[in-house]
Design a protein around this ligand. Structure first.
Ligand code: MN
Length: 222
C-alpha cells in the first residue's frame, strides 16, 4: 500500500509547507460568540481539529459536503507553526511561527448544532473532507498578527468584517495555551477563530477571504 500523499500549502517564498495537523480555536471574537448564543467572558480558549488532508488550496473548488443543508463560512487567520513548542511562554510563542495565511473553517452548522444539543463531539461538523481552505502562506517576519482587517465576501457581497485586534485570545496567547495541551511541531496549522457574520453557502458561491497584511484566499463551492 503506497503511503498517502503529504498535504501541503504553497508559500510566497516558492516552497510548500507540509501540513502535520490542523487545530482550530472556538469563539475567539466576542461578536461571533454572541451570534452563536454565548456570553464572551474570556474563558480559556478551547480547541478542535481537522484532518491534515482536509486542506483545500487557494483557488481550488470546494465540493459541497454530504450530510448537511447548512454549510457555513468562517474566515480566519491561519498560523503555520515552524518550530517545536511545548509549554511555551506567551512572550516566546510567536518565535515558533513560520508564517501566516488566510483560511476558511468550513462548518456543517446543522451537525454542529445537533452535536452541541446532544453533548457530542464536533468532528462531523468541523473535520469533514475539504473543510479547510488555506491560502498561500507568508513568512512571519512581515506580519503583525495583533491587528489587521479580516473580511469575507460571497459573490462580492461583504459577509464578515472584523479585525485581528478583536481576538479575545491573541495569537501568542493561543499558541501558549495550546502548547500546554499538546507538543506543537513544524507543520502544525492553527486556525484562530472567526469574526461575526458567519452564514450559509450554496453551490456556485464564490467565497473570498482577506486579511490586511497577510493575503487572501478564494474558493468556489461546487
Ligand atoms: Mn472557526
Amino acid at each position: 500500500m503506497p503511503a498517502p500523499p503529504q498535504p501541503t500549502v504553497p508559500t510566497t517564498t516558492g516552497g510548500r509547507f507540509p501540513v502535520r495537523r490542523i487545530f482550530c480555536v472556538g469563539r475567539n471574537y466576542a461578536a461571533h460568540a454572541r451570534e452563536m448564543g454565548h456570553d464572551p467572558d474570556r474563558e480559556p480558549p478551547f480547541f478542535f481539529s481537522k484532518p491534515a488532508d482536509a486542506v483545500v488550496a487557494d483557488g481550488a473548488d470546494t465540493p459541497y459536503p454530504p450530510l448537511t443543508g447548512q454549510l457555513e463560512h468562517e474566515v480566519e487567520l491561519v498560523v503555520a507553526i515552524g518550530a517545536a513548542a511545548a509549554d511555551v511562554p506567551v512572550a516566546d510563542a510567536l518565535d515558533t511561527v513560520w508564517g501566516y495565511g488566510v483560511g476558511l473553517d468550513l462548518t456543517r452548522r446543522d451537525l454542529q448544532a445537533e452535536a452541541k444539543r446532544l453533548g457530542r463531539p464536533w468532528d462531523a461538523a468541523k473535520g469533514f473532507d475539504a473543510s479547510a481552505t488555506v491560502g498561500v502562506l507568508v513568512p512571519a517576519a512581515g506580519v503583525d498578527p495583533t491587528h489587521g482587517t479580516v473580511e469575507l465576501t460571497v459573490n462580492g457581497t461583504l459577509r464578515q468584517a472584523g479585525d485581528l485586534a478583536d481576538q479575545i485570545w491573541s495569537v501568542a496567547e493561543t499558541i501558549a495555551e495550546l502548547s500546554r495541551a499538546v507538543r506543537l511541531a513544524p507543520g502544525d496549522l492553527l486556525m484562530t477563530g472567526t469574526p461575526d457574520g458567519v452564514g450559509p453557502l450554496v453551490r456556485g458561491d464564490v467565497v473570498e477571504g482577506r486579511i490586511a497584511g497577510v493575503g487572501s484566499v478564494r474558493t468556489v463551492v461546487v
